[in-house]
Design a protein around this ligand. Structure first.
Ligand code: FES
Length: 128
């Protein structure tokens, strides 16, 4: 495990780069966020990978009712299937519908054909 961004951040392997198609299916992963196990997902948008907790800010529900389908048909917005909250794929900011604030963003980096997520103070790897 490589250290990055200081003593409290580590890089965790998430997936291979080709698994994230632009505007395509999300790749799910699990994190420990503030002491709780949470689902998270990664997507690619305009060439860059982004990841968020899979938790709508309207009601704390997962966005996808069809597994890993988080983009709308246009591939321009992340859409919550429950009541249609829309989020920007690159920032997670609320951009329409009943969302209250933006999605919790998880830092990623990509190199050598692999995508990694970054742990942080609140965001840790799941311990087995
Ligand atoms: S739970 Fe996401 S829009 Fe209501």
């Amino acid at each position: 495990m490589a250290e990055a961004g200081g003593a409290n951040s580590a890089l965790m392997a998430l997936c291979r780069s080709p698994e994230l198609a632009d505007g395509g299916q999300a790749v799910p992963f699990d994190v420990n966020y503030a002491g709780q196990t949470c689902r998270a997902f990664a997507v690619r948008f305009e060439g860059r990978p982004h990841a968020y907790l899979n938790r709508c800010t309207h009601v704390a529900m997962e966005l996808d009712w069809q597994p890993n389908r988080v983009f709308d048909n246009s591939g321009q917005w992340l859409l919550c299937a429950s009541h249609g909250a829309a989020y920007r794929p690159d920032t997670g900011a609320c951009s329409g519908g009943p969302c209250q604030g933006g999605l919790v963003k998880i830092d990623l980096s990509e190199r050598d054909g692999l995508v990694f997520w970054h742990t942080s103070y609140k965001l840790k790897a799941i311990e087995f």
